[in-house]
Design a protein around this ligand. Sequence first.
Ligand code: FAD
Length: 475
Amino acid sequence: MSPFDAGTFASLADVVGPRNCLRTPEDIAPYATDWRRAVGVAPVAVLRPADTAQVAEAVRRCVQGGLAIVPAGGRTGLAGGAVALAGGPPAVVLSLERMNRIRSVDARDFSIVAEAGCVVQSVQAAAIAVDRLFPIMWGAQGSAMIGGMLGTNAGGIRTIRWGNARELVLGLEVVLPDGRVLDDLRRVRKDNSGYALRHLFIGAEGTLGVITAAAMRLVPPMRAVETAFVAVPSPDAALSLLSRAMGAGAEVVAFELAKRICLETVARYGPQLRIPLPLESPWYVMVELAAPHAAVPVRAMMEAMLSEGLEAGELTDAVLAENEGQRAAFWRIREDYPEFSRMAGPAISTDTAVPVSAVPEFLRRAEAALAARWPEGEMVAIGHAGDGNIHLGLKAPEGVTREAWVARAGEADMVVNEIAVSLGGSFSAEHGIGVSKLHAMQALKDPLAIEVMRGLKRTLDPRGLMNPGKVLPAN
Ligand SMILES: Cc1cc2nc3c(=O)[nH]c(=O)nc-3n(C[C@H](O)[C@H](O)[C@H](O)COP(=O)(O)OP(=O)(O)OC[C@H]3O[C@@H](n4cnc5c(N)ncnc54)[C@H](O)[C@@H]3O)c2cc1C
């Protein structure tokens, strides 16, 4: 039995239309979980507004009725942020999926205005259609949406060149927790008219308001692109190769590092994906160089860089993608890894970042600390080494259940997080806090920073109904 009177739902159904106010358990079930299968509670309803005015009115009525609001996009978030929680006020999931219009694309401005429910890949396609590039790229781009991308300030493979999602945003349209619409879809690069409010909502994981649309930057398309799959003897060698790549003459648009076990996992669970080199090296790198003009000799630059690296002992083998199909196949290895790692069994995972120069030290210290406490586990490590963001995990031995591994090695994440922080890094590089990193937030975030965040939250959301229980640890 729902604790709400029929009038509450009738009123919400009036706003979004009865077919977009989902109430039955079967309709609601998909929205009660996410890609990670994070478990919360089923929301009391799922609302699927069609436009900003509907979002604003729905938020107003939810707040009047004391309902919490959990904004949701593609539900590919890895921190459990888009799932309603037990213990708080009853919640509706506000899915932005029907707000999927590209409002404008301007090739001369190098800008695009997209609604929050646009799938990231559709924004990439809209940019390509006007001969521009929307440069953000990661494995879940075919499902993740612009609102979720900005709610988490997603990073991905090309952060090394174009930054996190935040760095692409020119302006935002946001429905505040009181239902007012903050309309700041300015498409200008320069605007110093006071506080940059948009940055408050980016990475706030829906705790300060609902992003309904964003004006974002596009960049010139890369017309000469070369991708290499490289065997390297160590993370130190990989970093020397990164320095070399930075001076190769073209843009370094990706630089990914993977421990061999990660590629063995891909080979085991994704036999359709061919690993381009024998799995004999302890570490591998995927590096992409690119330039916006086809005449730039990126191939020659890549070859020179790799042969100098070989001579210097920074790599032991390398293969270049020969065509677009091969290039895409190389990236599938990296992008599909999270799915295969899920199949490979339980692991305690992390999302850390350290200064790029500290990556080798970080990996050394983490491996030693994990092996000392949990010798039966195996360290996995894959990540965006070019920006210092390594996804390090402790994989359970074969046959151990998730529950048993969490009971045994659940503290492994904090061991790794503490090492990252001690090296001047972060325990949450790109996935956000959601609920899964609240304990790290409590233990490792500067208490003053948390106090300031709580003050902002109180100011914007005095009733605490915007995605409660996420990001900020309980007082
Ligand atoms: C296979 C795989 C690979 C991934 N690789 C990467 C990677 O390389 N880099 C990376 O950064 N992430 C990665 N992710 C994580 C995930 O894809 C990103 O966090 C993504 O940005 C989430 O988008 P979404 O639409 O699925 O958001 P959701 O999961 O629906 O929501 C995420 C958070 O944003 C909030 N939110 C959603 N919509 C709005 C809105 N309109 N307004 C305000 N808040 C909102 C939600 O409440 C929630 O807190 C990966 C995920 C998967 C499954």
